[in-house]
Design a protein around this ligand. Structure first.
Ligand code: BES
Ligand code: MN
Ligand code: ZN
Length: 498
């Protein structure tokens, strides 16, 4: 997408569409006020007639508005002025972009970036605009045959600024918004691809392609023989039942000299049947999304590269398929992890932690400043937090708070969950150092505690994204989360925010 900033009035700018807003009690956004004056009361007239709504996210497109240079005026509801926060703003812009994407408009001028949205700066107003536009335009059609529907021709978005001095922040916001959106789109694509296409090898190829031609980014892929040599008995026990080769994907982005890196570890189970502890049939297709942690960290890497952040980031993705079979791991089998600790596999469906623990141990070699693992780890997390927030667990309260704040700022929210010895005790095994399941209650937390046994001395956090990584039902599809949250975390860390 192209972006331009402008100080021209909403009525004076030649564009295929201009976005303006109406608040409760007939209050007009500054762009709407300008257009109302230029058109001799057209907007107020439409409010009175009930043709435009002030409810947040309701959008009406008007054409042939007299005295206005733009061909169309998208009037979007903004609700109560005092309640227009970043969330409502993004909802409104998304609705406007959605309506505009149904038209032939190629250039849009968003005048809503002039509104006072709690304390949101021109940077964020521009960034949220770019993220909303990209989100609306995303389509996953690569596996449909025949002629694909022509998408929206939208290619240029104008951002209103109050003064020339805001131009740099606004442009930077748009650039960052596009970078994050590119990461989100990649994460969505990887999530949406079926497991017969998006295999561990496919994830590895995607990671290699991202690095090709980027001097700051390298990708290395370990095969099963190499993992065996490293002692990754836990990871390898998950791949035992499948013919699909497992991969350990390692990406390194270096753009901050010898600084210690942030390491992102993503669960890459390209399909989770449950293994011998086979899952029930209904909705099992959705277990193609069980690599959304991997997609999230690879997507974040794509965003970091697009934004050219001055930071060092490593991505580690253990990628496997979890299948039953005559040589598959059985309940009760005991495996030895790379850390040396032994694990009794009481349930082969608790496989995410089995691959993550070895990936976390492997990551110690990078001496991470912080390490965050991301996983569709537990159904229990969906019970606890639903589809709205990711669970954040950490052995460091300030890291946890930092991630929480990033989620808020990026509109990609998380919520803290505890860890602790009383939960970890549920993982006791009579035969090995630990079991891979924690029995009844607190399933998201006991999974976190399992990982905690491999992160001693590390500045570590765990994100359970089981509820947020994809939508079920009629809108079934990957969400691209938590790319915005993680991108925000890295933006904050490297001081790239205004
Ligand atoms: N990938 C699943 C978790 C999951 C289930 C995510 C449903 C999203 C929706 C994970 O591998 C799993 O099967 N976890 C088990 C753990 C249990 C056996 C302790 C679960 O949550 O049921
Ligand atoms: Mn499972
Ligand atoms: Zn799983």
């Amino acid at each position: 997408m192209e972006y331009f900033t402008t100080t021209s009035k909403a009525s004076r700018r030649a564009a295929d569409c201009v976005i303006v807003g109406v608040y409760e009690r007939n209050k007009l956004s500054s762009g709407a006020g300008d257009i109302d004056t230029a058109s001799k009361g057209e907007i107020k007239k439409r409010i009175k007639s009930g043709d435009v709504s002030n409810a947040v996210g309701r959008c009406t497109i008007l054409t042939n508005v007299s005295g206005v240079k733009a061909d169309r005026v998208a009037v979007v509801g903004l609700g109560a002025p005092a309640k227009l926060d970043a969330t409502a703003y993004k909802k409104a812009v998304t609705a406007a972009m959605q309506a505009i994407s149904q038209t032939k408009a190629k250039t849009v001028y968003n005048s809503l970036t002039l509104e006072s949205v709690d304390s949101t700066s021109p940077y964020y107003l521009a960034r949220h605009t770019a993220e909303a536009a990209n989100d609306v335009l995303y389509r996953f059609t690569q596996l449909k045959s025949g002629r694909k529907p022509a998408g929206s021709p939208l290619k240029s978005v104008g951002l209103a600024i109050a003064k020339r001095g805001d131009a740099a922040a606004s442009k930077r916001g748009a650039m960052h918004g596009d970078g994050i959106a590119a990461g989100v789109a990649l994460a969505k694509d990887l999530g949406n691809l079926p497991a017969n296409v998006c295999t561990p090898s496919y994830l590895a190829r995607t990671a290699r392609k991202l690095a090709a031609g980027n001097g700051k980014l390298t990708t290395k892929v370990l095969n099963e023989t190499e993992m065996k040599r490293l002692g990754m008995g836990s990871l390898l026990s998950v791949t035992a039942g499948t013919a699909e080769p497992a991969k350990l994907i390692v990406m390194q982005y270096k753009n901050a000299g010898s600084e210690k890196p942030v390491v992102l570890v993503g669960k890459g189970v390209t399909f989770d049947t449950g293994g011998i502890s086979l899952k029930p049939g209904p909705s099992m297709d959705e277990m193609k999304f069980d690599m959304c942690g991997a997609a999230g960290v690879i997507g974040t890497m794509a965003a970091v590269a697009a934004m050219k952040l001055p930071i060092n980031v490593n991505v580690v993705v253990p990628a496997v398929e979890n299948m039953p079979g005559s040589v598959a791991t059985k309940p009760g089998d005991i495996v030895k992890s790379m850390s040396g600790q032994t694990i009794e596999v009481l349930n082969t469906d608790a496989e995410g932690r089995l691959i993550l623990c070895d990936a976390l141990t492997y990551s110690r070699r990078f001496k991470p400043a912080a390490i965050i693992d991301v996983a569709t780890l537990t159904g229990a997390c969906v019970v606890a937090l639903g589809a709205h927030r990711s669970a954040i667990m950490s052995n460091n309260d300030s890291l946890r708070d930092e991630i929480f704040a990033s989620g808020e700022a990026a509109e990609d929210r998380g919520w803290p969950m505890p860890l602790g010895d009383e939960y970890a005790a549920q993982l006791k095994s009579n035969f090995a150092d630990m079991a891979n399941i924690g029995g009844h209650g607190g399933g998201a937390v006991t999974a976190g505690c399992f990982l905690g046994k491999f992160t001693d001395g590390l500045n570590w956090a765990h994100l359970d994204i089981a509820g947020v990584a994809w939508k079920s039902g009629a809108k079934k599809g990957a969400s691209g989360r938590p790319v915005p949250m993680l991108s925000q975390f890295l933006l904050e860390r490297c001081g790239a925010l205004p």
